[in-house]
Ligand binder design. Structure first.
Ligand code: SF4
Length: 485
Protein backbone atom coordinates (compact mmCIF):
# COMPACT_ATOMS: atom_id res chain seq x y z
CA UNK A 1 0.00 0.00 0.00
CA UNK A 2 1.45 3.37 -0.96
CA UNK A 3 1.32 6.27 1.51
CA UNK A 4 0.81 8.83 -1.25
CA UNK A 5 -2.01 9.43 -3.68
CA UNK A 6 -1.04 8.74 -7.29
CA UNK A 7 0.82 11.52 -9.12
CA UNK A 8 -2.25 12.21 -11.25
CA UNK A 9 -4.04 13.53 -8.13
CA UNK A 10 -1.55 16.38 -7.85
CA UNK A 11 -1.24 17.29 -11.53
CA UNK A 12 -3.17 20.09 -13.22
CA UNK A 13 -6.51 18.98 -14.59
CA UNK A 14 -7.50 19.01 -18.23
CA UNK A 15 -8.57 22.67 -18.17
CA UNK A 16 -5.07 23.34 -16.81
CA UNK A 17 -6.09 25.60 -14.04
CA UNK A 18 -4.15 24.29 -11.02
CA UNK A 19 -1.82 21.68 -9.64
CA UNK A 20 -1.87 20.53 -6.01
CA UNK A 21 1.15 20.68 -3.72
CA UNK A 22 1.41 17.98 -1.02
CA UNK A 23 -0.61 18.90 2.09
CA UNK A 24 -2.26 17.33 5.12
CA UNK A 25 -5.63 18.12 6.66
CA UNK A 26 -7.23 17.51 10.08
CA UNK A 27 -10.54 18.73 11.54
CA UNK A 28 -10.38 21.85 13.74
CA UNK A 29 -14.03 21.50 14.79
CA UNK A 30 -17.26 20.17 13.24
CA UNK A 31 -17.18 22.69 10.36
CA UNK A 32 -13.59 23.63 9.69
CA UNK A 33 -10.36 21.89 8.68
CA UNK A 34 -6.75 22.90 9.28
CA UNK A 35 -4.59 22.26 6.24
CA UNK A 36 -0.79 22.46 6.39
CA UNK A 37 1.88 22.31 3.72
CA UNK A 38 5.36 20.82 4.02
CA UNK A 39 6.83 24.09 5.28
CA UNK A 40 4.31 24.27 8.14
CA UNK A 41 2.19 27.07 6.69
CA UNK A 42 -1.42 26.56 7.62
CA UNK A 43 -4.86 27.64 6.48
CA UNK A 44 -8.27 27.05 8.08
CA UNK A 45 -11.01 26.29 5.56
CA UNK A 46 -14.57 24.98 5.62
CA UNK A 47 -14.90 21.30 4.75
CA UNK A 48 -16.53 22.24 1.44
CA UNK A 49 -13.50 24.28 0.35
CA UNK A 50 -11.06 21.48 1.25
CA UNK A 51 -13.20 19.03 -0.72
CA UNK A 52 -13.31 21.40 -3.73
CA UNK A 53 -9.53 21.97 -3.52
CA UNK A 54 -8.82 18.24 -3.60
CA UNK A 55 -11.18 17.72 -6.56
CA UNK A 56 -9.56 20.58 -8.52
CA UNK A 57 -12.89 22.39 -8.45
CA UNK A 58 -11.79 25.70 -6.90
CA UNK A 59 -12.08 28.65 -9.28
CA UNK A 60 -9.67 31.58 -9.40
CA UNK A 61 -12.65 33.79 -8.52
CA UNK A 62 -13.26 31.84 -5.26
CA UNK A 63 -12.06 33.81 -2.23
CA UNK A 64 -9.99 30.87 -0.91
CA UNK A 65 -8.16 30.37 -4.24
CA UNK A 66 -5.57 33.15 -3.99
CA UNK A 67 -5.01 32.54 -0.26
CA UNK A 68 -4.27 28.88 -0.92
CA UNK A 69 -2.05 29.76 -3.87
CA UNK A 70 -0.06 32.29 -1.81
CA UNK A 71 0.53 29.62 0.86
CA UNK A 72 1.66 27.06 -1.73
CA UNK A 73 -1.26 24.65 -1.46
CA UNK A 74 -1.86 24.94 -5.19
CA UNK A 75 0.17 26.11 -8.17
CA UNK A 76 -1.22 27.53 -11.40
CA UNK A 77 0.29 29.10 -14.50
CA UNK A 78 1.00 32.31 -12.58
CA UNK A 79 2.95 30.47 -9.81
CA UNK A 80 6.32 30.94 -11.51
CA UNK A 81 8.40 30.77 -8.32
CA UNK A 82 5.87 29.02 -6.03
CA UNK A 83 7.52 25.56 -5.99
CA UNK A 84 10.98 27.11 -5.54
CA UNK A 85 9.75 29.24 -2.63
CA UNK A 86 8.13 26.22 -0.98
CA UNK A 87 11.35 24.23 -1.34
CA UNK A 88 13.36 27.12 0.16
CA UNK A 89 11.01 27.29 3.14
CA UNK A 90 11.25 23.52 3.71
CA UNK A 91 15.06 23.76 3.56
CA UNK A 92 15.07 26.68 6.05
CA UNK A 93 13.00 24.60 8.50
CA UNK A 94 15.45 21.68 8.21
CA UNK A 95 18.57 23.85 8.50
CA UNK A 96 19.26 22.83 12.13
CA UNK A 97 20.14 19.30 10.99
CA UNK A 98 23.31 20.46 9.25
CA UNK A 99 24.70 22.15 12.37
CA UNK A 100 24.15 19.06 14.52
CA UNK A 101 24.55 19.16 18.33
CA UNK A 102 24.66 22.61 19.92
CA UNK A 103 23.49 21.82 23.47
CA UNK A 104 25.83 19.67 25.57
CA UNK A 105 24.53 18.85 29.05
CA UNK A 106 27.13 17.78 31.60
CA UNK A 107 25.86 16.15 34.80
CA UNK A 108 28.30 17.42 37.42
CA UNK A 109 26.84 15.41 40.30
CA UNK A 110 23.75 13.47 41.27
CA UNK A 111 24.00 14.90 44.78
CA UNK A 112 21.34 17.33 45.93
CA UNK A 113 20.29 18.84 49.25
CA UNK A 114 16.66 19.13 48.06
CA UNK A 115 14.40 16.06 48.05
CA UNK A 116 11.68 17.04 45.57
CA UNK A 117 9.21 14.15 45.15
CA UNK A 118 8.65 15.07 41.47
CA UNK A 119 12.38 15.13 40.70
CA UNK A 120 13.10 13.53 37.34
CA UNK A 121 16.61 12.58 38.41
CA UNK A 122 17.26 9.85 40.94
CA UNK A 123 19.21 12.23 43.18
CA UNK A 124 21.67 11.11 45.85
CA UNK A 125 22.15 12.56 49.30
CA UNK A 126 24.59 15.42 49.65
CA UNK A 127 27.57 13.47 50.96
CA UNK A 128 27.83 10.66 48.40
CA UNK A 129 30.59 12.06 46.23
CA UNK A 130 30.79 8.75 44.34
CA UNK A 131 28.08 10.33 42.21
CA UNK A 132 30.26 13.30 41.14
CA UNK A 133 31.79 13.60 37.67
CA UNK A 134 35.61 13.43 37.74
CA UNK A 135 38.11 15.68 35.95
CA UNK A 136 39.15 12.81 33.70
CA UNK A 137 35.55 12.22 32.60
CA UNK A 138 34.95 15.95 32.08
CA UNK A 139 38.10 16.24 29.94
CA UNK A 140 37.01 13.31 27.76
CA UNK A 141 33.52 14.83 27.40
CA UNK A 142 35.03 18.16 26.31
CA UNK A 143 37.06 16.33 23.69
CA UNK A 144 33.80 15.01 22.22
CA UNK A 145 31.91 18.30 22.57
CA UNK A 146 34.36 20.16 20.36
CA UNK A 147 34.09 17.48 17.68
CA UNK A 148 30.50 18.59 17.09
CA UNK A 149 30.33 20.55 13.81
CA UNK A 150 27.98 23.12 15.39
CA UNK A 151 29.26 26.71 15.15
CA UNK A 152 27.53 27.38 18.49
CA UNK A 153 28.30 25.29 21.57
CA UNK A 154 26.27 25.63 24.74
CA UNK A 155 27.50 23.70 27.78
CA UNK A 156 24.83 23.32 30.44
CA UNK A 157 25.81 22.12 33.91
CA UNK A 158 23.15 20.00 35.53
CA UNK A 159 22.67 17.67 38.49
CA UNK A 160 21.42 16.85 41.10
CA UNK A 161 22.73 20.20 42.22
CA UNK A 162 25.76 21.00 40.02
CA UNK A 163 27.07 23.66 42.42
CA UNK A 164 27.92 20.86 44.88
CA UNK A 165 30.74 20.07 42.43
CA UNK A 166 31.64 23.69 41.62
CA UNK A 167 35.40 23.03 41.39
CA UNK A 168 34.68 20.81 38.39
CA UNK A 169 32.50 23.51 36.79
CA UNK A 170 35.49 25.88 37.04
CA UNK A 171 37.75 23.27 35.49
CA UNK A 172 35.36 22.66 32.56
CA UNK A 173 34.74 26.38 31.92
CA UNK A 174 38.43 27.23 31.84
CA UNK A 175 39.39 24.19 29.78
CA UNK A 176 36.58 24.88 27.28
CA UNK A 177 37.61 28.53 26.99
CA UNK A 178 41.17 27.50 26.32
CA UNK A 179 40.14 24.97 23.62
CA UNK A 180 37.89 27.65 22.13
CA UNK A 181 40.82 30.03 21.64
CA UNK A 182 41.65 27.79 18.68
CA UNK A 183 38.13 26.54 17.81
CA UNK A 184 36.50 30.02 17.77
CA UNK A 185 32.97 28.74 18.28
CA UNK A 186 30.19 30.80 19.83
CA UNK A 187 30.60 29.33 23.35
CA UNK A 188 28.06 29.73 26.12
CA UNK A 189 27.68 28.25 29.63
CA UNK A 190 24.56 27.74 31.74
CA UNK A 191 24.32 26.48 35.32
CA UNK A 192 21.00 24.90 36.24
CA UNK A 193 20.75 25.37 39.99
CA UNK A 194 18.20 25.61 42.79
CA UNK A 195 20.36 28.50 44.13
CA UNK A 196 20.28 27.07 47.68
CA UNK A 197 24.05 26.69 48.04
CA UNK A 198 25.23 29.54 45.81
CA UNK A 199 27.81 32.00 47.20
CA UNK A 200 28.90 35.49 46.18
CA UNK A 201 32.20 34.02 44.96
CA UNK A 202 30.27 31.76 42.60
CA UNK A 203 28.32 34.73 41.24
CA UNK A 204 31.59 36.65 40.75
CA UNK A 205 32.98 33.69 38.82
CA UNK A 206 29.81 33.50 36.68
CA UNK A 207 30.14 37.20 35.89
CA UNK A 208 33.78 36.87 34.97
CA UNK A 209 33.02 33.97 32.61
CA UNK A 210 29.65 35.19 31.30
CA UNK A 211 27.73 32.19 32.68
CA UNK A 212 23.91 32.15 32.59
CA UNK A 213 21.81 30.92 35.52
CA UNK A 214 18.68 28.80 35.13
CA UNK A 215 16.72 28.06 38.29
CA UNK A 216 13.43 26.58 39.49
CA UNK A 217 10.46 28.60 40.67
CA UNK A 218 7.21 26.69 41.03
CA UNK A 219 5.07 29.64 42.17
CA UNK A 220 4.24 31.40 45.44
CA UNK A 221 6.05 30.41 48.67
CA UNK A 222 3.46 27.93 49.93
CA UNK A 223 3.38 25.97 46.68
CA UNK A 224 7.11 26.12 45.97
CA UNK A 225 8.11 25.00 49.48
CA UNK A 226 5.56 22.17 49.43
CA UNK A 227 6.86 20.97 46.05
CA UNK A 228 10.55 21.35 46.88
CA UNK A 229 11.38 20.12 50.41
CA UNK A 230 14.84 20.78 51.84
CA UNK A 231 16.31 21.09 55.35
CA UNK A 232 15.04 24.43 56.70
CA UNK A 233 11.88 24.28 54.53
CA UNK A 234 13.04 27.48 52.85
CA UNK A 235 13.57 26.56 49.20
CA UNK A 236 11.38 29.47 48.03
CA UNK A 237 13.13 32.07 50.20
CA UNK A 238 16.57 30.90 49.00
CA UNK A 239 15.45 30.84 45.35
CA UNK A 240 13.99 34.38 45.47
CA UNK A 241 17.02 35.77 47.29
CA UNK A 242 19.30 33.94 44.87
CA UNK A 243 17.45 35.33 41.82
CA UNK A 244 17.86 38.89 43.16
CA UNK A 245 21.54 38.37 43.89
CA UNK A 246 22.16 36.68 40.55
CA UNK A 247 20.47 39.53 38.68
CA UNK A 248 22.47 42.12 40.63
CA UNK A 249 25.71 40.29 39.83
CA UNK A 250 25.11 39.15 36.25
CA UNK A 251 22.33 41.30 34.79
CA UNK A 252 18.56 40.85 34.85
CA UNK A 253 18.24 38.92 31.59
CA UNK A 254 21.03 36.45 32.51
CA UNK A 255 18.73 34.63 34.96
CA UNK A 256 15.80 32.45 33.92
CA UNK A 257 13.40 30.19 35.84
CA UNK A 258 11.38 27.05 35.14
CA UNK A 259 8.28 25.73 36.87
CA UNK A 260 6.84 22.24 37.08
CA UNK A 261 3.10 21.62 37.44
CA UNK A 262 2.20 19.39 40.38
CA UNK A 263 -1.28 18.43 41.52
CA UNK A 264 -1.18 21.31 43.99
CA UNK A 265 -0.40 23.74 41.13
CA UNK A 266 -3.52 22.88 39.15
CA UNK A 267 -5.84 25.31 40.94
CA UNK A 268 -3.15 27.99 41.22
CA UNK A 269 -2.27 28.80 37.60
CA UNK A 270 -3.02 32.49 37.88
CA UNK A 271 -1.14 32.86 41.18
CA UNK A 272 1.88 31.10 39.65
CA UNK A 273 1.82 33.48 36.70
CA UNK A 274 1.43 36.47 39.08
CA UNK A 275 4.55 35.28 40.90
CA UNK A 276 6.53 35.30 37.65
CA UNK A 277 5.15 38.76 36.75
CA UNK A 278 5.98 40.04 40.25
CA UNK A 279 9.54 38.73 39.81
CA UNK A 280 9.78 40.55 36.46
CA UNK A 281 10.35 37.46 34.34
CA UNK A 282 9.48 38.02 30.66
CA UNK A 283 7.35 34.86 30.54
CA UNK A 284 6.69 31.42 31.94
CA UNK A 285 6.90 27.87 30.62
CA UNK A 286 3.83 26.03 31.95
CA UNK A 287 5.37 22.53 32.12
CA UNK A 288 3.62 19.27 32.92
CA UNK A 289 5.32 16.59 35.02
CA UNK A 290 7.46 14.15 33.05
CA UNK A 291 7.24 10.36 33.37
CA UNK A 292 10.79 9.81 34.65
CA UNK A 293 12.78 9.26 37.84
CA UNK A 294 11.37 10.12 41.25
CA UNK A 295 8.19 11.56 39.70
CA UNK A 296 7.26 7.97 38.77
CA UNK A 297 8.64 6.28 41.90
CA UNK A 298 6.69 8.60 44.19
CA UNK A 299 3.61 8.33 41.93
CA UNK A 300 3.52 12.12 41.55
CA UNK A 301 3.52 11.70 37.78
CA UNK A 302 0.19 9.86 38.01
CA UNK A 303 -1.30 12.37 40.45
CA UNK A 304 -3.24 14.21 37.74
CA UNK A 305 -4.38 13.36 34.21
CA UNK A 306 -3.50 15.08 30.95
CA UNK A 307 -7.00 16.57 30.60
CA UNK A 308 -6.55 18.38 33.95
CA UNK A 309 -3.17 19.71 32.86
CA UNK A 310 -4.61 20.93 29.54
CA UNK A 311 -7.40 22.80 31.42
CA UNK A 312 -4.72 24.31 33.67
CA UNK A 313 -2.69 25.31 30.60
CA UNK A 314 -5.63 26.89 28.77
CA UNK A 315 -6.66 28.89 31.83
CA UNK A 316 -3.07 30.13 32.19
CA UNK A 317 -2.93 31.03 28.49
CA UNK A 318 -6.20 32.98 28.76
CA UNK A 319 -4.87 34.85 31.78
CA UNK A 320 -1.60 35.72 30.01
CA UNK A 321 -3.55 37.06 27.02
CA UNK A 322 -5.58 39.21 29.45
CA UNK A 323 -2.35 40.50 31.02
CA UNK A 324 -1.01 41.39 27.57
CA UNK A 325 -4.21 43.29 26.78
CA UNK A 326 -3.90 45.20 30.05
CA UNK A 327 -0.41 46.31 28.99
CA UNK A 328 1.81 43.74 30.78
CA UNK A 329 4.18 42.21 28.22
CA UNK A 330 4.49 38.53 29.17
CA UNK A 331 4.58 35.31 27.15
CA UNK A 332 4.03 31.59 27.60
CA UNK A 333 7.17 29.93 26.24
CA UNK A 334 5.66 26.63 25.03
CA UNK A 335 3.06 28.56 23.02
CA UNK A 336 5.83 30.84 21.81
CA UNK A 337 7.78 27.82 20.46
CA UNK A 338 4.73 26.47 18.63
CA UNK A 339 3.73 29.89 17.29
CA UNK A 340 7.25 30.36 15.90
CA UNK A 341 6.72 27.15 13.94
CA UNK A 342 3.23 28.22 12.83
CA UNK A 343 3.87 31.84 11.93
CA UNK A 344 7.51 32.08 10.83
CA UNK A 345 9.83 30.16 8.49
CA UNK A 346 12.10 29.34 11.42
CA UNK A 347 12.46 26.21 13.49
CA UNK A 348 12.98 26.88 17.21
CA UNK A 349 15.48 24.64 19.00
CA UNK A 350 13.18 22.74 21.31
CA UNK A 351 14.05 19.04 21.53
CA UNK A 352 10.51 17.79 22.38
CA UNK A 353 8.98 19.35 19.27
CA UNK A 354 11.33 18.14 16.58
CA UNK A 355 11.08 15.56 13.84
CA UNK A 356 13.50 13.95 13.12
CA UNK A 357 13.73 13.76 16.91
CA UNK A 358 16.12 16.24 18.50
CA UNK A 359 17.78 13.53 20.63
CA UNK A 360 21.52 13.54 20.03
CA UNK A 361 21.08 15.91 17.09
CA UNK A 362 20.16 19.01 19.08
CA UNK A 363 21.15 18.01 22.58
CA UNK A 364 23.24 15.32 24.22
CA UNK A 365 24.01 14.44 27.84
CA UNK A 366 27.32 13.41 29.42
CA UNK A 367 26.40 11.73 32.69
CA UNK A 368 28.55 11.95 35.85
CA UNK A 369 29.98 8.46 35.16
CA UNK A 370 30.91 9.17 31.52
CA UNK A 371 27.89 7.51 29.94
CA UNK A 372 26.51 9.50 27.01
CA UNK A 373 22.73 9.75 26.62
CA UNK A 374 20.61 11.01 23.75
CA UNK A 375 18.80 13.58 25.90
CA UNK A 376 18.20 14.65 29.47
CA UNK A 377 15.03 12.54 29.58
CA UNK A 378 17.05 9.59 28.22
CA UNK A 379 19.45 9.67 31.19
CA UNK A 380 16.45 9.95 33.54
CA UNK A 381 14.98 6.85 31.91
CA UNK A 382 18.34 5.11 32.37
CA UNK A 383 18.27 5.93 36.10
CA UNK A 384 15.01 3.92 36.12
CA UNK A 385 16.77 0.93 34.53
CA UNK A 386 16.01 1.43 30.82
CA UNK A 387 19.29 2.21 29.04
CA UNK A 388 17.85 2.11 25.50
CA UNK A 389 19.20 5.59 24.75
CA UNK A 390 22.70 5.10 26.16
CA UNK A 391 24.91 5.97 23.18
CA UNK A 392 28.29 5.01 24.65
CA UNK A 393 30.82 6.18 27.20
CA UNK A 394 33.34 9.02 26.93
CA UNK A 395 36.18 6.73 28.09
CA UNK A 396 35.47 3.87 25.72
CA UNK A 397 33.86 5.21 22.55
CA UNK A 398 34.81 7.63 19.79
CA UNK A 399 32.66 10.51 18.56
CA UNK A 400 31.76 8.52 15.44
CA UNK A 401 30.81 5.44 17.47
CA UNK A 402 28.58 7.49 19.78
CA UNK A 403 26.79 9.60 17.18
CA UNK A 404 26.28 6.84 14.63
CA UNK A 405 25.29 4.22 17.20
CA UNK A 406 22.16 2.15 16.64
CA UNK A 407 20.97 3.41 20.03
CA UNK A 408 20.67 6.87 18.43
CA UNK A 409 19.87 6.13 14.78
CA UNK A 410 17.18 3.46 15.34
CA UNK A 411 14.82 5.58 17.48
CA UNK A 412 15.34 8.63 15.23
CA UNK A 413 14.50 6.60 12.13
CA UNK A 414 11.58 4.71 13.66
CA UNK A 415 9.94 7.70 15.30
CA UNK A 416 10.20 10.12 12.32
CA UNK A 417 6.75 11.75 12.41
CA UNK A 418 6.60 12.17 8.64
CA UNK A 419 6.23 8.41 8.29
CA UNK A 420 4.89 7.34 11.71
CA UNK A 421 1.35 5.94 11.92
CA UNK A 422 -1.17 8.72 12.56
CA UNK A 423 1.45 11.52 12.55
CA UNK A 424 2.14 11.08 8.82
CA UNK A 425 -1.48 12.01 8.12
CA UNK A 426 -1.85 14.65 10.81
CA UNK A 427 -2.11 18.30 9.77
CA UNK A 428 -0.26 19.28 12.95
CA UNK A 429 2.85 17.22 12.14
CA UNK A 430 4.93 20.28 11.08
CA UNK A 431 4.40 21.80 14.55
CA UNK A 432 4.81 18.59 16.52
CA UNK A 433 7.66 16.27 17.46
CA UNK A 434 8.38 12.58 17.54
CA UNK A 435 9.48 12.16 21.19
CA UNK A 436 10.85 8.58 21.13
CA UNK A 437 12.06 8.81 24.75
CA UNK A 438 8.62 9.78 26.08
CA UNK A 439 6.92 6.99 24.15
CA UNK A 440 9.55 4.45 25.23
CA UNK A 441 8.97 5.50 28.86
CA UNK A 442 5.18 5.36 28.62
CA UNK A 443 4.48 2.66 26.00
CA UNK A 444 7.80 0.80 25.73
CA UNK A 445 7.97 1.70 22.04
CA UNK A 446 9.86 4.46 20.19
CA UNK A 447 6.79 5.42 18.15
CA UNK A 448 3.88 4.69 20.49
CA UNK A 449 0.24 4.40 19.69
CA UNK A 450 -0.75 8.02 19.34
CA UNK A 451 -4.37 7.40 20.34
CA UNK A 452 -3.00 6.40 23.77
CA UNK A 453 -0.27 9.04 23.92
CA UNK A 454 -0.66 11.92 26.38
CA UNK A 455 2.05 13.72 24.37
CA UNK A 456 -0.23 13.58 21.31
CA UNK A 457 -3.38 14.49 23.26
CA UNK A 458 -1.75 17.47 24.93
CA UNK A 459 -0.11 18.84 21.80
CA UNK A 460 -3.08 18.36 19.50
CA UNK A 461 -5.28 20.21 22.03
CA UNK A 462 -2.78 23.09 22.18
CA UNK A 463 -2.33 23.32 18.39
CA UNK A 464 -6.10 23.47 17.91
CA UNK A 465 -6.57 26.04 20.66
CA UNK A 466 -3.82 28.35 19.35
CA UNK A 467 -5.14 28.20 15.79
CA UNK A 468 -8.75 28.57 17.00
CA UNK A 469 -7.86 31.69 19.01
CA UNK A 470 -6.10 33.28 16.03
CA UNK A 471 -9.00 32.48 13.71
CA UNK A 472 -11.60 33.91 16.08
CA UNK A 473 -9.80 37.16 16.84
CA UNK A 474 -7.25 38.80 14.50
CA UNK A 475 -5.97 40.89 17.41
CA UNK A 476 -4.83 37.67 19.12
CA UNK A 477 -2.96 36.73 15.97
CA UNK A 478 -1.19 40.11 16.13
CA UNK A 479 -0.42 39.56 19.81
CA UNK A 480 0.89 36.04 19.12
CA UNK A 481 3.14 37.38 16.35
CA UNK A 482 4.89 39.31 19.12
CA UNK A 483 5.49 36.02 20.98
CA UNK A 484 7.42 34.41 18.12
CA UNK A 485 11.21 34.20 18.32
S1 SF4 B 1 1.82 13.21 17.94
FE1 SF4 B 1 -0.38 13.54 17.57
S2 SF4 B 1 -0.54 15.77 17.20
FE2 SF4 B 1 1.61 15.20 16.94
S3 SF4 B 1 1.83 14.82 14.72
FE3 SF4 B 1 1.43 12.85 15.74
S4 SF4 B 1 -0.78 12.60 15.57
FE4 SF4 B 1 -0.37 14.76 15.19
Amino acid sequence: MTKFSPLSEFQATGDGHYQLAPFRFSPLDNERYVITNQAGEYSVQPRSVVAALVRHELKPSDSAYSRLRSKHFLFDSSSTIGPVMLATKVRTKAKRLANFTALHIMVMSLRCEHSCPYCQVSRQSEDRSAFDMTKETAEKALGLIFQSPSPAIKIEFQGGEPLLNFDLIRFVVEKAESINEVEKRSLQFVITTNLAVVTNQIFEYCKEHDILISTSLDGPAKLHNANRPRPGKNSYELAIEGIHRARAALGHERVSALMTTTKASLGMGREIIDEYVRMHFPGIFLRPLSPYGFAVKTKWYASYDTESWVDFYFDGLEYIIELNRRGTPFIEFYASTILTKMLTPFEPDYVDLMSPAGIGISAVVYNYDGDVYASDEARMLAEMGDKSFRLGNVHRNTYAEIFTSDALLDPIEQSFAGSAPMCSECAFEPFCGSEPVFHKATQDDFVGLKTRSSFCYRNMAIFKRLIGLMEEDPSIRELFMGWTR
